[in-house]
Design a protein around this ligand. Structure first.
Ligand code: URA
Length: 277
């Protein structure tokens, strides 16, 4: 079951309060308009948590409510609702595993030469959100898992702030599945060669919404050419699936001025998840 506008407004206020200050504030009741427009404003400085901030249990508390009951829109409740609509999970898992095996054996572009491990992606098989990054970095190349370095920890905190997480209701993938040497941008031919794997993953997963992280992921998935500063905030889609674009967590770690924009994008993502049947 989705949240009403008023529940969404309260939930986002609560998450923002805990993430920014560690305690709850009083907020005026929702008057009119959409929850996201009228919802928790982003006063100067409002933003998702910095990588170093750690309000213990804040997002989880915001998501699960007092007394251990699943709050409307909590990860547990949302997972249950999306599972009900999903095709058999075991078949999806098998198909995803088959793609991961193909990726592990892939030598279609030069990136395979220097990789230690391929990073096919991981997460829920009936996700509310598919998160798409650019390509593995050093730690992902070592572990074979997406977004496990500093940027990955930061990403986990963004997701937790809106009751999402990589194991129960998100799937995390990348445009290219092998690390570009020195963390350079993937070349156009490398992205083009690898893209069919991602497209097949999306087809299997059928996420309700997609979150693209950074310019490369957004441009390539949506076939656009503008910078991320222009792309974010636009109504984007991939084959009818709404795409919310935001900055890459690594960019936000380098430039904390981007945090307020990311928080706006995360609120839009949350609203998109709620709206999509
Ligand atoms: N950056 C990305 O774009 N993807 C990862 O998996 C890790 C870092």
């Amino acid at each position: 079951m989705g949240m009403t506008e008023s529940e969404l407004y309260k939930f986002l206020n609560l998450a923002e309060d805990y993430l920014l200050d560690g305690f709850r504030h009083d907020h005026p009741p929702l008057s009119s308009g959409s929850a996201v427009e009228a919802g928790p404003g982003t006063p100067a400085g409002s933003a998702p948590p910095t990588a170093g901030e750690s309000p213990p249990g804040a997002p989880a508390e915001a998501a699960s409510g007092a007394g251990g009951h699943a709050a409307p829109g909590s990860a547990a409740e949302l997972q249950a609702s999306s599972s009900a609509e999903a095709a058999p999970g075991s078949l999806r898992r098998q198909n995803l595993d088959a793609i991961a095996r193909e990726v592990a054996a892939c030598t279609a572009c030069a990136l395979h030469r220097e990789r230690r491990n391929t990073v096919a992606g991981e997460g829920a098989v009936d996700p509310l959100v598919m998160v798409i990054g650019e390509g593995p970095g050093a730690e992902e190349d070592r572990s074979g898992k997406p977004f496990v370095g500093r940027a990955g920890n930061y990403l986990d905190r963004w997701l937790a702030a809106i009751a999402l997480d990589r194991s129960s209701n998100c799937f995390i993938g990348n445009i290219v599945k092998c690390r570009p040497p020195g963390n350079r941008d993937p070349l156009a031919e490398e992205s083009a060669t690898c893209l069919p794997y991602l497209k097949r993953q999306i087809e299997i997963l059928k996420p309700k919404t997609i979150l693209t992280l950074g310019r490369i992921a957004t441009q390539i998935l949506c076939g656009r050419s503008e910078g991320i500063g222009r792309l974010r905030g636009q109504e984007l889609e991939y084959l009818g699936i709404p795409v919310v674009a935001t900055y890459h967590p690594s960019a936000v770690l380098r430039n904390t001025d981007l945090r307020a924009a990311v928080w706006e994008d995360l609120k839009r993502l949350r609203a998109a998840v709620e709206l999509k049947p």
